[in-house]
Design a protein around this ligand. Sequence first.
Ligand code: SAH
Length: 349
Amino acid sequence: MDIMSMSIEQLRERLAEAGQPAYRAKQLYEWMHVRLAASYDEMTNLPKALRERFAAEWPLTVHEKVVVLESEIDGTRKYLFRLADGNVIESVWMKYHHGNSVCISSQVGCRMGCSFCASTIGGLVRNLEPSEMLGQIYAIQRDTGERVDNVVVMGTGEPLDNYDNLLIFLNMLTDENGLHISQRNVTVSTCGLVPKLRELADEKLAITAAISLHAPNDELRKKLMPVANAYSVKELLDAADYYVAVTGRRITFEYSLIDGVNDTDACARELAALLRSRNCHVNLIPVNPVRERNYRRSLVTNVLQFQKKLENEGINVTIRRELGSDIDAACGQLRRHYEARVGSEGGEG
Ligand code: SAH
């Protein structure tokens, strides 16, 4: 395990093996996870010889910033980071009136195969380590000089497909010895891996679960999301109910609107019937057209009508505010376009 994915206890053991006193664990942990040191050189209360030794033996997970795109409209920033093994991942920084949010990736690529999503086109490359999820937030906080208030795990990857690392990450992110972001300010978005969603409920964290529903019935959902072949809408909603019952947290359903596919009047009625009695919030996302796919986003009038129909049934609905519309917007597009470019130039790929 890399040094930045370790708990303080694990660090203590590692340091003891290296003949170091226990108090060094806390020092080191604080440099890595509170002060966000980008190198051992910054850790000035550690003896120089020790810093050199640690640097050689236990490299820090520090993401290299490859591309930053900043929206001229709203200041949203998209980051492309290079990992130690050469893979690239993307993260987004958004400014809201209630604070700064970072959207992070949980995997390099994704194997869920949703038909409207750019992140999954090249399949799954590998899981991210806990430190590689944290590293996105740390790099952005260092770069902007502003505190990150909210974290959403909604970038590339299916977080519940990288469950063990996700849990370590969540614990470290919200732990009082680290950045100490409130669990209430963390959202994990899933395409609906039902058994894992139930496991997550049993962790009894105060985080928000967001479920990518995108269709009100199995037939349509199967056309959009292969995961619907494994779990029915009913099983998914049962797991959502379980999450609410166990954690007391309201759940969010995400619904990306695709013109003529899932934005019809019949879909709105069917969705309303499903969610009417549930303690939930619906987030409508006009689909981001992906170059490699032929979906079109719903017309603004349809989006508003869809919202109205749900609201008429007493359902709480918001339309995702579009941020950074002037920069590569859809999930996974920045990475894809970067890799396509590097690949065609015969670069490192
Ligand atoms: N794998 C997780 C998180 C990643 S995607 C999940 O499925 O929830 C975050 C959200 O963006 C999901 O709701 C996803 O379905 C949606 N999404 C992906 N591509 C999109 C696109 N092109 N337009 C609109 N929403 C998209």
